[in-house]
Design a protein around this ligand. Structure first.
Ligand code: ADE
Ligand code: ZN
Length: 319
């Protein structure tokens, strides 16, 4: 679906298609434990978030050089542009790369090479959001923020991702305070698999401006009331929710109820190479499965620009 939209919840490592994974594996002499792209694609059956994360981290082994990150981002931007994305706020997971001996500079410079020319080449404006892995320690997050200091002119904000349950937002209070003091914007995954209390903590303790996913807010009427009152954007990812089994089938997705409740919802792709679709595919899937009308689809697209970190007049231009 080519309705102009901003994508606000997209992990660049989750855009690694099997074909590019094999190309990069060959280029870097990395052995993948899959015979070919078809066999790899067949492994994309997940029980939950953790079973997906295991494969997501395993495949990152092929990303080694600046050129790899540049190629990855270019491939994403071309696909996103073809589906109407005009602005993308792109997550990356530096700790997963640092742990493999790939430096922060390799990741940021590589992505930066693609992002620098994105407006001219793809017609897509971009920003980068650096995520901390919540199943790693708070000290590791602080070290990562320190390692990012030379690159802060390229990074608009910080986020929090990876295995949610058992890793409440409050664990990262200090690093979020430090990030805020550096002028970085703040978002966090919350309420994907974790309880509504994690959403409250992300708002109250981490001071986030958007909640990534936030699906489980629907279990708490008082939280819904607060999110509606404060116009807190939720970056929903419908196809991801089905693939990771937070929702049984797309027809059961609470998006229509969330819109009816007055929540500021946006629709995004999360890890499109793994979950069966890019931003436009997610819009089209909810249109068909949930019977969303033209007005609701326009509302979702309008929300995506309003909830973005673009300055207001830039947002209007991108639209
Ligand atoms: N990392 C990549 N995709 C993620 C998701 N959907 N939830 C948490 N961490 C992630
Ligand atoms: Zn995500």
């Amino acid at each position: 679906m080519s309705l102009p939209k901003a994508e606000l919840h997209l992990h660049i490592e989750g855009t690694l298609e099997p074909e590019l994974a094999f190309e990069l594996a060959a280029r870097n002499g990395v052995e993948l434990p899959y015979a070919d792209t078809d066999t790899l694609r067949k492994a994309y059956r997940f029980e939950d978030l953790q079973s997906f994360l295991n494969l997501y981290y395993e495949l990152m082994a092929v990303l080694r050089t600046e050129r790899d990150f540049e190629d990855l981002a270019n491939a994403y931007l071309a696909r996103a542009a073809a589906q109407g994305v005009r602005h993308a706020e792109i997550f990356f997971d530096p700790q997963a790369h640092l742990a493999r001996g790939v430096e922060m500079g390799t990741v940021v410079e590589g992505l930066g090479r693609a992002l620098e020319h994105s407006q001219a080449v793809h017609g897509v404006s971009t920003q980068l959001i650096m995520c901390f892995l919540r199943d790693e320690s708070a000290a590791s997050a602080l070290e990562t923020l320190e390692a990012a200091k030379p690159y802060l002119d390229r990074i608009v904000g910080v986020g929090l991702d990876s295995a949610e349950v058992g890793h409440p937002p409050a664990k990262f209070r200090e690093v979020y305070e430090a990030a805020a003091a550096m002028g970085l914007r703040r978002v966090a995954h919350a309420g994907e698999e974790g309880p509504p209390e994690y959403i409250v903590e992300a708002l109250d303790v981490l001071g986030v401006e958007r909640i990534d996913h936030g699906l489980r807010c629907m279990e708490s009427p008082t939280l819904v009331e607060r999110l509606v009152r404060d116009r807190v954007p939720l970056t929903l990812c419908p196809l991801s929710n089905v693939r990771l089994r937070t929702v049984d089938v797309l027809g059961d997705h609470p998006l229509p109820a969330m819109l009816d409740a007055g929540l500021m919802c946006t629709v995004n792709s999360d890890d499109p190479a793994y979950f069966g679709g890019y931003a436009g595919d997610n819009f089209e899937a909810v249109r068909v499965a949930l019977g969303l009308g033209e007005e609701q689809l326009r509302e979702l697209a309008r929300n995506s620009f309003l909830a973005s970190f673009l300055e207001h007049d830039e947002g209007l231009r991108a639209r």
